[in-house]
Design a protein around this ligand. Structure first.
Ligand SMILES: [Zn+2]
Length: 244
């Protein structure tokens, strides 16, 4: 199963990705992590990525696609994978199509984690991080025992500058603008699955699981040859062969 994860900041995409990974064994391929890993390698691609990141420029679509292509060729992706942070634009989606077509792999779905601006702002603006050990807190959902102090080391908690409400609203606008064409395209192709993500993480995870289970069931129904080859030659098989 190959899926793309979409959703604005504050939609809880990262949390859901971890749960999908646990339940379905799909590796999560996030471009941010891929870039960091590529920079550490002494390959031509690694040097190219490093050049863009160090100069503060966005890597062009070809470079991003090449990094993703390299990653999905690894053995742990054989049974499928989920992409997080790629594609983000229509040209990147086309690059993904080409990459999958070359490997004869189908894209199963694009999950869009839908969240209202109010909830995203509430989630992100409440985040706090320890200035020393980087432990994470949330003013309402995960408060420290003593206000403003880290439970682990007692240091002061800080807020990331881009987690201020005004900045969050801007980030949400940018995300919506950047991904609009991509979301429309996946919707047109019948691949888009919207998931109401204003609810608690457990409820969101349950919706995701029922959706992905359905996709897997449809897949095995669409591939009876594969299924019967995998199944031992039992009653089902003989019943089928006796049909006219
Ligand atoms: Zn700390």
């Amino acid at each position: 199963m190959i899926i793309v994860l979409l959703g604005p900041p504050g939609a809880g995409k990262g949390t859901q990705a971890r749960r999908i990974q646990e339940r379905y064994g799909l590796p999560q391929i996030s471009t941010g992590e891929l870039f960091r890993a590529a920079m550490g390698r002494e390959s031509p691609l690694g040097r190219s990525v490093k050049g863009y990141i160090e100069s503060g420029r966005l890597a062009p679509d070809e470079v991003t696609s090449a990094v993703v292509a390299e990653r999905v060729a690894e053995p742990d992706c054989r049974k499928g994978f989920m992409l997080d942070g790629f594609p983000r634009t229509l040209p990147q989606a086309q690059a993904l199509d080409a990459l999958l077509a070359a490997r004869r792999l189908p894209l199963d779905a694009a999950l869009y984690f839908d969240v209202t601006d109010e909830v995203a702002v509430e989630r992100l603006s409440g985040r706090r991080m320890c200035s020393k050990c980087n432990e994470n807190y949330h003013e309402r959902h995960l408060p420290p025992k003593q206000a403003g102090r880290c439970d682990r080391c007692g240091s002061a908690l800080t807020q990331r500058p881009d987690d201020k409400p005004d900045t969050i609203r801007k980030r949400l606008q940018v995300y919506a603008q950047q991904t609009r064409a991509l979301v429309e395209e996946y919707d047109r192709r019948g691949l888009l699955r919207r998931i109401a993500s204003d609810q608690a993480p457990e409820k969101v995870a349950a919706s995701v699981a029922s959706m992905l289970d359905k996709i897997l069931a449809l897949r095995s129904a669409a591939a009876p040859a594969l299924r019967s080859a995998a199944a031992s030659a039992g009653e089902e098989e003989s019943a089928r062969s006796s049909l006219p």
